[in-house]
Ligand binder design. Structure first.
Ligand code: DX5
Ligand code: ZN
Length: 222
């Protein structure tokens, strides 16, 4: 994985125009996106349904060299990770809140040779996810309640957790990157980076920007 100061920008395809998915994926890469973020929602863990492994496979066929950051907002990721691995995910992030074998699922993801992330919702404490931080490549700290794009950045509930996670990483010499997701634009990316995040997911802030390249540059340089 990269160094913690290198900023990674991951536009979320949830905000893309799916009627021209190939153009949108290529446009994001041409505009400087480092990763593409794929928000998988099952209608149980979150109150929305988005897409499944076939959508990820289609994106992988469109942009085979792109790093696909698959964010599983689903009740039972343990049942589906092999399909998302096969479909071309480069990273798979699972949530700590649902009830399944988390540790086992993390090792299954890593055994397949891709990276593994663990995600926490705004109301979930760092303590809840602490046991897994020794094993994951990414800690995703949701800065909105998951389920939808275009929501307000939740600074008070989440920035202290970014700070706490960075302190744990430094104290224990761990190697997970801190990713934020939800309401990210240049202003909130600057705030998030100041607390210790270096991977920025942005849906509205990139795909809905008038100029995607400048939007990505502004988030990168914030
Ligand atoms: C929310 C998703 C986010 C969302 C980000 O459940 O995990 O990735 O798509 O969208 P914006 O950047 O519009 O908040
Ligand atoms: Zn996401």
């Amino acid at each position: 994985m990269l160094n913690f100061n290198q900023r990674i920008i991951a536009p979320s395809l949830l905000a893309a125009d799916w009627s021209k998915l190939a153009d949108e994926c290529e446009h994001a890469i041409d505009s400087g996106a480092d990763w593409l973020h794929l928000d998988v929602m099952d209608g149980h863990f979150v109150n929305n349904i988005s897409f499944g492994p076939n959508f990820v496979k289609h994106v992988h066929q469109i942009v085979p060299n792109a790093f696909l950051d698959t964010h599983l907002m689903i009740e039972r990721p343990d049942k589906y990770i092999h399909q998302f691995i096969k479909s071309g995910s480069s990273n798979i992030t699972i949530h700590v809140e649902p009830d399944y074998e988390i540790q086992e699922t993390i090792s299954e993801i890593k055994k397949s040779g891709i990276t593994a992330g663990i995600a926490i919702n705004p109301e979930t404490s760092i303590e809840t996810v602490r046991p897994y931080l020794d094993y994951v490549d990414i800690l995703l700290i949701m800065t909105v309640t998951p389920g939808f794009g275009g929501q307000e950045f939740m600074i008070d509930e989440t920035m202290p957790k970014v700070k706490e996670a960075k302190e744990i990483r430094e104290r224990n010499n761990l190697s997970f990157h801190i990713q934020v997701d939800g309401g990210i634009c240049s202003r909130t990316a600057k705030i998030s980076a100041s607390y210790g995040a270096n991977i920025m997911v942005a849906g509205t802030g990139t795909f809905k920007a008038s100029n995607m390249k400048s939007a990505i540059d502004e988030i990168r340089n914030a």
